[in-house]
Design a protein around this ligand. Structure first.
Ligand code: STR
Length: 406
């Protein structure tokens, strides 16, 4: 198959340029991931929706030709994104429904509103911290002091993670989600996370709490209970996903509004609702830039191009969010006034669609207006061109977001 291979910069130094290049190659492109691993990616909204509901694509790494042939091993820097243990993130079909049902039911839009008072309280505590760090016009990193601690606090409250462990988890995930971490260190980090969550599940079994981890351990009437391995896998997935992606959503929404004061005025005046800011941020600067990975269990023909049995497919949500066929010629602009509802798929589509979508929307819906109400004079403390992406292709997050509170 002749198809150009787009190498992804492991350190993500020019994501917009890379995204524009990728979205030109449709609907499928070949990308080279860090560590010289070449796979398929889907770059268009319409085809991505089809592929995300195609049962011939599965998450089981055992189906991957490169893994079977030993060309990809645990030494590959992105292995932790795929080989993450048995959980709702790595299993398909009826077993997947069994693994996912209880978690998904616990965090529906209706159920997560119970977390509102907790999210509001944490938001206000963190805004106090921000005020202290940014007193007297000092530049302060909004990511480190506000956008980063909030999601971890919320997912810890939900899952029953000991709140004093948050600094440790932040340190571990920072190393996990960075190409600058040497592989032996990353494998040690993965090991430490596994030990942490294994012990936590054992502790909850001995002394259940009023949290989702304890609920996952308890068998349903008639239902097949989850094994310890499955509870641990789900817990790991919830904490990792709840933490990393919501940081990106909050950070990028703040950045976009500070760069578009006219649009900020529209939200402030109530002309455009905060929901629209959240949805436009998810589309324009999707937290999951390239989602790893699905594997073809049969040859799959996509408009004449074939994903052969055993080949890997990445979903390039960055390119999909900028798809001109879906959003028109201005797809690569942040614009909360675009007409009509924003039908993005940044939370995925199909059976694996993000179960935490309602929770992350709720967090952003509380955090953003509270921030701009408290600090109406908020500005970026550095020119936008100086902001750097986190050095990892799969995530779309900034290293830091220096601001002045005004
Ligand atoms: C990180 C490592 C781990 O212990 C468990 C998981 C499973 C869920 C994954 C997570 C991973 C990486 C970030 C993901 C998340 C689901 C959503 C999130 C991919 C592999 C996104 O970035 C969209």
């Amino acid at each position: 198959m002749t198809c150009p291979v787009v190498p992804l910069d492991p350190l993500v130094r020019d994501r917009p340029g890379e995204t524009r290049r990728l979205r030109e190659i449709t609907p499928l492109a070949r990308i080279e991931l860090p560590g010289e691993v070449t796979v398929w990616t889907v770059t268009r909204h319409a085809e991505a929706r089809k592929l995300l509901t195609d049962p011939r694509l599965v998450k089981d790494i055992g189906q991957w030709d490169l893994w079977q042939r030993g060309e990809v091993t645990r030494q590959w820097p992105l292995i932790g994104m795929i080989d993450a243990g048995r959980s709702m993130f790595t299993v398909d079909g009826p077993e997947h429904r069994r693994l996912r049902a209880k978690t998904a039911q616990a965090i529906t839009a209706r159920r997560v509103t119970e977390l509102t008072p907790y999210i509001e309280e944490q938001t206000h505590l963190l805004l106090d911290d921000l005020a202290a760090h940014g007193a007297n016009g000092a530049a302060v990193d909004l990511k480190a002091v506000f956008a980063l601690p909030l999601p971890m606090a919320v997912v810890s409250e939900l899952m029953g993670v000991d709140h004093t462990e948050q600094p440790r988890l932040h340190r571990l995930y920072k190393a996990f989600f960075s190409m600058l971490t040497p592989q032996d260190t990353r494998l040690a980090v993965i090991e430490e996370l596994d030990e942490f969550f294994t012990k936590m599940v054992a502790d909850k079994k001995a002394a259940p709490g009023n949290d989702l981890t304890s609920a996952l351990i308890l068998a349903d009437e008639g239902g097949e209970p989850l094994t310890d391995e499955e509870v641990i896998g789900n817990l790991k997935a919830m904490v990792a996903a709840g933490h990393e992606t919501t940081i990106s959503l909050i950070t990028h929404a703040v950045r976009a509004l500070l760069n578009h004061p006219d649009q900020l005025d529209l939200v402030r005046s109530g002309a455009v609702p905060w929901e629209t800011v959240v949805e436009e941020t998810l589309r324009w600067n999707t937290p999951a830039s390239h989602l790893l990975m699905r594997f073809a269990t049969e040859d799959i023909d996509v408009g004449g191009t074939v994903i052969a049995k055993g080949e890997g497919l990445v979903i390039s949500y960055s390119a999909i969010g900028w798809d001109t066929a879906q959003y028109g010629e201005t797809a690569d602009r942040f614009d909360i006034t675009r007409p009509g509802p924003i039908r993005h798929i940044s939370f995925g589509h199909g059976p694996h669609i993000c179960p935490g979508a309602a929770l992350s929307r709720l967090e952003a819906r509380i955090a953003l207006p509270a921030l701009f109400d408290r600090f109406p004079g908020l500005t970026l403390a550095v020119p936008d061109e100086e902001l750097r992406n986190m050095p990892i292709v799969t995530q779309n997050d900034l290293v830091e977001l220096p601001v002045r509170l005004g």
